[in-house]
Ligand binder design. Structure first.
Ligand code: GLU
Length: 412
C-alpha cells in the first residue's frame, strides 16, 4: 500500500463508521487536480538541470486550496496526494475556511547553492502561476522550505501579476506581510495540545517527560515551547544523531550547539543515542516531528511512551497505528496536533486581506482558541463514538466537508 492509499483508508474507515454517503466518500477519494511540471534551472556551473515539481489541489469545498511546498529527494506524486488529503482534513478539523492542497519538488536542497535554490523556487512559482493565488490556492512552507523561499516565490508571482498580492503565499517574512507568530506556530500548537491533554490526564508538567524526533522548524520550536511550559524534554534527535538526559535537556543550548556543530552528537550533559533508540525511550510523550512512517512495523513494538503527539505529517504508519491502539498508546493525530501552522497561515491570509496586522499576543490567543475548540470537538467525538482520536478527527472533518459539498451540488 503506498502512502496515498493508506491515507485514503483512513477516510474510508471514518466514513463507514458514521455511515457517510459512499458517493461522498468516493468523491473525497480523488484529488480535484494533480499538477506535475518540469522546472529547468540554470546551475552555477552553467549547465541546466530539470527538476520535477508537483501540486495536488485536493478539495476546495470549504475554501481556497491551502498547503505547503516541500523540497525533498523523496517527493513524488503519491506523497503529495497524501499530504494534500491530510491538509483538507486538517483545515476542516481546525474549522478554518480553507480547502486542502500540497506541493513539492524532488530535490535535495542541501546540495544547491543559494542562487540555485532561488532560481528553483522562482521556477516553481512561475510554473504554478495560473493555478495559485489568494482566492485560488495558497502555498506555504513545509519540510526544507522557509520564509526566504516564500519571499522568492511571492516576488516571482507578483512580478508576473504586476500587482501586490501578499495573500498568495503564507509563511512570508514579516517585512513582506508575514504574521507574527507564524514561524513557531506548528510547534506552538503542539505545545498547546500537550497542555490540553495533560489537563485531561491530570498530568503535572514536572512529572511529564517528552522525547522529540526531528529538530527542524517544528521540532525545535515545539521542544522550546514545551520546555517553557515546564515539561521535561529528555531527548532530541535530528536526521543523523540523538541525545538523551533523563533529568532534562536545555533545548535552547542544544539548538545553539546544533548550529555550531551541524548536529546534536556530543552535546555536553547528554548521552548520545542511536537515532532509532529515541523512539523506544520510557517517556510519557513521544513527539515525531520529522517525516512520514517514522513509527512503522519494524519499531512499533518498542514504543514505551503512553502518548504520541504527531507533529510531523503521517509519522505513524496505518499498521503501526493499529498496534499502538491495541497497546493502549494514545495517538493525537497530525491533522489536529500540527494544525497550529495552517491556523496561523490562515491568520496571515486574513491580515493580508484586511491589511490590519495583529500583535503576537493576539495571534497566540486566537490560535489557542481555535485549537482548543478543535481538540474538544475531536475528544468529544472520540468519547461519543468510542474511537481513536484519529478516527474522531476524520469524522469531524469529513462531516464538515461533505456538508459543504452537498450544499453545492444538488446532483453531486
Ligand atoms: N506545511 C504545514 C502543514 O503541513 C503548513 C501548511 C500551511 O500553512 O498552509 O500543515
Amino acid at each position: 500500500m503506498n502512502i496515498f492509499e493508506s491515507a485514503l483508508s483512513q477516510i474510508k474507515k471514518a466514513g463507514t463508521s458514521v455511515m457517510i454517503d459512499p458517493d461522498m466518500i468516493a468523491r473525497l477519494s480523488v484529488p480535484d487536480k494533480r499538477i506535475h511540471v518540469s522546472i529547468p534551472v540554470q546551475m552555477d556551473d552553467g549547465t541546466v538541470q530539470i527538476f520535477q515539481g508537483y501540486r495536488t489541489q485536493y478539495n476546495n469545498a470549504r475554501g481556497p486550496y491551502k498547503g505547503g511546498v516541500r523540497f525533498h529527494p523523496k517527493v513524488d506524486e503519491n506523497e503529495v496526494n497524501a499530504l494534500a488529503l491530510w491538509m483538507t482534513i486538517k483545515c476542516a478539523v481546525a474549522n478554518i475556511p480553507l480547502g486542502g492542497a500540497k506541493g513539492g519538488i524532488t530535490v535535495d536542497p542541501k546540495r544547491l547553492s543559494q542562487g540555485e535554490l532561488e532560481r528553483l523556487s522562482r521556477g516553481y512559482s512561475k510554473a504554478m502561476y495560473d493555478l495559485i493565488g489568494p482566492d485560488q490556492d495558497i502555498p506555504a512552507p513545509d519540510v526544507n522550505t522557509n520564509e526566504q523561499i516564500m519571499a522568492w516565490m511571492l516576488d516571482e508571482y507578483e512580478n508576473i501579476a504586476r500587482h501586490k498580492l501578499p495573500g498568495a503565499f503564507t509563511g512570508k517574512p514579516l517585512a513582506l506581510g508575514g504574521s507574527l507568530g507564524r514561524e513557531a506556530a506548528t510547534g506552538q500548537g503542539g505545545a498547546n495540545i500537550l497542555r490540553y491533554l495533560a489537563k485531561k490526564k491530570n498530568w503535572t508538567p514536572q512529572e511529564t517527560t517528552v522525547a522529540i524526533q526531528g529538530f527542524g522548524n517544528v521540532g525545535y520550536h515545539g521542544a522550546r515551547l514545551i520546555q517553557d511550559l515546564g515539561y521535561k524534554v529528555v531527548a532530541l534527535s535530528d536526521s543523523r544523531s540523538a541525545i538523551y538526559n533523563e533529568e532534562g535537556l536545555d533545548v535552547s543550548a542544544a539548538h545553539v550547539y546544533k548550529q555550531q556543530t551541524n548536529g546534536l552528537s556530543g552535546f555536553p550533559d547528554a548521552r548520545d543515542l542511536k537515532n532509532d533508540e529515541l523512539l523506544s525511550l520510557p517517556v510519557s510523550v513521544l513527539i515525531p516531528a520529522a517525516l512520514e512512517n517514522a513509527i512503522n512495523d519494524d519499531n512499533v513494538s518498542n514504543i514505551k511512551a503512553s502518548v504520541i503527539i504527531e507533529l510531523a505529517n503521517g509519522p505513524v504508519s496505518n499498521t503501526a497505528d493499529a498496534v499502538l491502539a491495541h497497546n493502549d498508546v494514545m495517538v493525537v493525530p497530525d491533522v489536529l496536533a500540527n494544525a497550529g501552522g495552517v491556523i496561523v497561515s490562515y491568520f496571515e491570509w486574513v491580515q493580508n486581506k484586511t491589511q490590519q496586522y495583529w500583535s503576537e499576543d493576539d495571534v497566540h490567543h486566537r490560535l489557542d482558541s481555535l485549537l482548543f475548540d478543535a481538540f474538544e470537538d475531536v475528544w468529544n467525538v472520540s468519547v461519543q463514538h468510542n474511537t481513536s482520536l484519529r478516527e474522531a478527527a476524520y469524522i469531524v472533518a469529513i462531516k464538515k466537508i461533505v456538508d459543504a459539498l452537498a450544499l453545492k451540488h444538488s446532483q453531486r
